[in-house]
Design a protein around this ligand. Structure first.
Ligand code: NAP
Length: 478
């Protein structure tokens, strides 16, 4: 029996993707470096569909129909290169290697270019949704050549999450585009989680609302415009009671957030692209600061708070909800704007409506909001920024008074809200007619003759600061 697809790397993610493929009627050839994982999968789940057991990559490749599709789901980094190296001599022109792990998009670009020279397709696929998604329907963001998608797309679409019967899987762009889009998805996820965390801290430390009560508030919020997987699970976590102590679960968890690196990758890439993803960056830094246990301990002893006595208004819970919504919108706007910058840099034809639609189900940031974002970018006139789409311009304007009140209150109470406040600063930075950059240009021209533009004339200018301070036209030295 020829298998439709081979999966190598059968730890939790690879095993679940293989089972998802088999449950959807595809014959799946299985391989793992150590054969134990293959046998465990077959023992526990062999009845779920048609599997072909193989013990070597050669056997795996020989069991596949052509063009061969080999999905790699091994540890990201060097192991992926090692598996590709072993597969390459076993494959023929037109065959497809798929990397569905969390690889860096630059690695994917490198691997794609190298394999294209050998007439092999290499497809970097962003997969979101964790273990559960991999098994029951993830959000899938494939890159690679359009041609390879013809042979691969139908399988991936079949196993992906669905919204009203539509698959949350579509070809997003060439070479590393799939992994790039997945990376930015994770960046938005960091910001989305942080804004929810900031809302929790404000309600707890500002208004004294206990976790159990907050769980009910979050459940209510989940019925409206904030409706999303992350709000839903936050309600569940907040309502959970620690069996050992009887305390709210969140009170017994160490407040040091971990990270596996995709948020950091997003920010590094944004810095290189000059893309202002301040909310995502603040959320990565907030996790880093939370984990500086020693310094935080000293900070608690040494640093003054000087918090003001602030009266918490009756509208506080609703104000926080609106501030959360506005900050979340900014995080999405920044992430999508980063995709626009990357599309220019890497020559990708990224369709933001399609990308937003891929995130509507299956992935961690799935949210009602994504339906409206999809609509905004599907319009004939694409907004230059999500916040300029009429529906969102209005939504954020409606939330603005509450957003300002909440940030001001947080500052007075000494409660850090880095994403609430940086998102508001981004919003004001976009909106204001004049920003502080004029003085910065003056400083740069004075210390480094970096030149400046004038509001009333074309061209580039330099002031002779060390001489008579007269102005000359200058060659732009940026
Ligand atoms: P993992 O722990 O990252 O990797 C373990 C697998 O890699 C095992 O099958 C292991 O084989 C294999 N492996 C490691 N080094 C190898 C090498 N040099 N040559 C061949 N095989 C090698 O597995 P995972 O947690 O299932 O994750 C797989 C991928 O999915 C990773 O890229 C991970 O970052 C990503 N991931 C994605 C999500 C998501 O939501 N999309 C969630 C979690 C993980 P042995 O059994 O022989 O050791």
């Amino acid at each position: 029996m020829s298998a439709h697809i081979g999966v190598t790397g059968l730890a939790v993610m690879g095993a679940n993707l293989a089972r998802n493929l088999a449950r959807n009627g595809f014959t799946v050839a299985l391989h793992n470096r150590s054969v134990g994982k293959t046998d465990t999968l077959l023992e526990k789940h062999g009845h779920e569909g048609d599997f072909v057991r193989t013990e070597s990559l050669e056997e795996l490749v020989n069991s596949l129909e052509k063009p061969r599709r080999v999905l790699i789901m091994v540890k990201a980094g060097k192991p992926v290169d090692s598996v590709i190296e072993q597969l390459e001599p076993l494959l023929e022109a037109g065959d497809i290697i798929i990397d569905a792990g969390n690889s860096h998009y630059e690695d994917t670009r490198r691997r794609e270019a190298a394999l294209a020279k050998k007439d092999l397709h290499f497809v970097g696929v962003g997969v979101s949704g964790g273990e559960e998604g991999a098994l029951n329907g993830p959000s899938i963001m494939p890159g690679g050549s359009k041609e390879s998608y013809e042979a691969l797309g139908p399988l991936l679409e079949k196993i992906s999450a669905k919204v009203d019967g539509e698959p949350c899987c579509a070809w997003v762009g060439t070479d590393g585009a799939g992994h790039f889009v997945k990376m930015v998805h994770n960046g938005i996820e960091y910001a989305d989680m942080q804004v929810i965390g900031e809302a929790f801290d404000l309600l707890r430390s500002g208004a004294g609302i206990e976790p159990a009560e907050q769980s009910k508030i979050f459940t209510e919020w989940n019925k409206g415009e904030l409706s999303s997987f992350l709000i839903e699970i936050s309600a569940e976590v907040l309502g959970h009671v620690d069996a050992k102590t009887g305390k709210p679960f969140v009170d017994v968890v160490v407040d040091a957030a971990g990270q596996k690196g995709t948020g950091r990758w997003t920010v590094i890439s944004a810095l290189e692209l000059g893309s202002p993803v301040s909310g995502i960056a603040e959320s990565v830094f907030a996790r880093a600061l939370s984990s500086q246990a020693d310094q935080r301990k000293l900070g608690q002893e040494l640093l003054a708070g000087e918090e003001a006595a602030v009266e918490i208004p009756e509208t506080f819970v609703e104000d926080v909800r609106q501030a959360l919504y506005a900050s979340k919108l900014v995080s999405y706007a920044q992430g999508l704007d980063m995709l626009t910058s990357a599309a220019k840099e890497y020559n990708w034809d990224l369709k933001l409506d399609e990308i937003a639609s891929l995130w509507r189900a299956g992935c961690i940031i799935r949210a009602e909001l994504l339906k409206d974002i999809t609509k905004a970018y599907a319009a004939d006139e694409k907004p230059a920024n999500l916040l300029f789409a009429p529906a969102f311009t209005k939504a954020i304007a409606d939330a603005l008074p509450a957003w300002r009140r909440v940030v001001a209150t947080a500052v007075q109470l000494g409660i850090p809200v880095p994403v609430f406040s940086s998102s508001l600063a981004y919003y004001d930075g976009l909106r204001r007619k004049r920003v502080a950059a004029a003085l910065i240009q003056g400083q740069r021209d004075l210390f480094g003759a970096h030149t400046y533009g004038r509001v009333d004339a074309e061209g580039t200018f330099h002031t002779l600061w060390g001489e008579d301070k007269s102005e000359i036209e200058a060659v732009d030295t940026h």
